[in-house]
Design a protein around this ligand. Structure first.
Ligand code: GAR
Length: 202
């Protein structure tokens, strides 16, 4: 059976691209990116999806009266695409509980820091400002909190004295492009087992 992957984006979509490439190469086995959804109509990731013949959908947050209405619109697109797993790849919004509950332990997010440090926006700048010597990236399951669900994989990245937000972000991004597909591969192979806060890799 094919695993139908839906990807939510807000912008550039380089993590989306790494997922598409790893599905196409077969590294992520028996899977298909069935839909890419953006909350930003100018997101370059929508073009990336179209370049690969993937259904690209813009959901306009301004068109909905409430967060619940927006979540229902999202649930509708996900259901129509027979979504098995939902990936947040640079998606800059918090999902509502209806979506979280509908896809419990089937939503993954990539975050550019070693959680639980530096949650939220501009995680790379937060790390530089704090002065940590090591930061990195995290793939985790999504729960109702912000960047708070059970951790699947993490990769560390040293902070150099010469680093700017751009240079550090670039080195972290290179690792994101490795661990996000790896986590999805493990999911596709049925090798992730969640027990409380801990994700065991079988
Ligand atoms: C990535 O660095 C991702 O980790 C980050 O946004 C960037 C998206 O880049 N996500 C967050 O900060 C979520 N809190 P991309 O659009 O090229 O994949």
């Amino acid at each position: 059976m094919t695993l139908n992957i839906a990807v939510l984006i807000s912008g550039r979509g380089s993590n989306l691209q790494s997922i598409i490439d790893n599905v196409e190469s077969g590294y992520i086995p028996n899977a298909n990116v069935s839909v890419v959804i953006s909350d930003n109509k100018d997101a370059y990731g929508l073009k990336r999806a179209m370049n690969h013949g993937i259904n690209a959908v813009f959901i306009d947050p301004a068109a909905y009266q409430s967060k619940e209405d927006l979540d229902n619109a999202l649930l509708d697109v996900l259901a129509r695409s027979s979504t098995d797993v939902l990936l947040l790849a640079g998606f800059m919004r918090i999902l509502g509980s209806d979506v979280i509950n509908a896809y419990s332990n089937r939503i993954m997010n990539i975050h550019p820091a070693l959680l639980p440090s530096f949650k939220g926006l501009h995680a790379q700048k937060q790390a530089l400002d704090y002065g940590v010597k090591i930061t990195g990236c995290t793939v985790h399951f999504v729960d109702e909190g912000m960047d708070s669900g059970p951790i699947i994989l993490q990769k560390s990245v040293p902070v150099l004295d010469s680093d700017t937000e751009e240079s550090l972000s670039e080195r972290i991004l290179a690792q994101e492009h490795i661990i996000f597909p790896e986590a999805v591969k493990l999911f596709a192979e049925g090798r992730l087992y969640v027990k409380g806060r801990r994700v065991h890799i079988l």
